[in-house]
Design a protein. Structure first.
Length: 319
């Protein structure tokens, strides 16, 4: 082979080698049909599938969160007013603790002056309270139940008179039974108290022995025939107020002095609505100027002027 032929062959190879390499690189990613057997019947590949698909536009950016309004430093009130009750309520325990734990002149002085503020504010409140009470008859408790010596004496006299009238009426519609035991140490003085009440107001009485024995100061008595069991009585002496035809009200179980016994009789009749209206009104002496439960179920509001007027209207005419 001549030199010229060798050069020609080499030059020809330099031109054909890149083309062969390009063809090989283009064909390598495409395997043959047998190599693509996993595709089955779907071996045919449509070139349109390789076309770039439309990409949806990105969502619009989320709106920025609304900025929270900043509190006005001039109008905000993070702390209680100095020397106010709220301030004293928080500060005084801390000042006292500090004064006790570290009793320097400054710490003790700080607590004592805070205490002085609290005492002076209390005095001013007390003085204004007295002025308001003195000028408002609905707030003056002396108008309900007299507190001075002269008024108290008159009040007590009227109270006794009203109770006497109520007990006199009670003696006409009811009687007193005493259940006793002959061995009971308290039954004899209780029998004396009942006999005094009966004599004073005219009550009829009946003394019933639980054990069949009598008492030295009771000449007439009967044995219990099951009444105590019917009334579920468990101790002696027991005083029962009897209102015909078949009403029984236990007044006391155990010993009770005469004044308390009289009060219990009035309460028993009054709580069962056995007094006429005129007498019932007199036995409610301490209800004078008192709000009823129904009065406080309504009328409240956020305006003090409104509910103060409402309460005054309710109290008007109850004195």
């Amino acid at each position: 082979m001549t030199f010229k032929k060798l050069v020609a062959i080499l030059l020809l190879g330099s031109f054909t080698l890149p083309l062969f390499a390009q063809e090989t690189s283009d064909a390598s990613p495409k395997p043959g049909f047998l190599e693509r057997k996993g595709e089955g019947w779907y071996w045919y590949h449509d070139p349109k599938d390789d076309a770039p698909k439309d990409v949806p536009p990105p969502p619009p950016p989320a709106p920025a969160p609304a900025s929270q309004p900043q509190p006005d430093k001039k109008t905000s009130k993070p702390h209680d007013d100095p020397f106010s009750v709220a301030w004293l309520r928080k500060a005084m325990p801390k000042l006292l603790d500090e004064a006790i734990d570290n009793p320097t002149k400054e710490n003790v002085e700080a607590y004592l002056y805070a205490q002085r503020v609290a005492m002076d504010k209390s005095q001013r409140y007390a003085e204004m309270t007295q002025q308001v009470v003195d000028s408002d008859p609905f707030l003056d408790e002396n108008n309900r139940v007299p507190l001075d010596t002269m008024g108290k004496a008159i009040f007590r006299t009227k109270l006794d008179s009203d109770n006497k009238a109520a007990l006199t009426y009670a003696s006409k519609i009811s009687g007193i039974w005493l259940f006793f035991d002959s061995k009971c140490a308290y039954c004899r003085p209780e029998a004396d108290a009942i006999q005094h009440v009966a004599k004073k107001y005219g009550f009829s009485t009946k003394f019933i022995s639980m054990d069949g024995g009598g008492l030295p100061n009771v000449s007439d008595f009967v044995k219990d025939n099951g009444t105590a069991k019917m009334l579920h009585l468990t101790m002696t002496p027991t005083t029962v107020l009897v209102v015909p035809p078949n009403n029984y009200y236990i007044v006391s179980q155990g010993i009770m002095a005469q004044p308390q016994l009289e009060d219990r009789i009035v309460v028993a009749l009054d709580s069962n609505d056995l007094f006429p209206k005129d007498i019932a009104k007199t036995v409610h002496t301490f209800d004078r100027g008192v709000l009823t439960p129904s009065d406080t179920k309504q009328g409240a509001s956020d305006d003090p002027k409104e509910w103060v007027k409402y309460l005054k209207d309710r109290l008007n005419g109850r004195y």
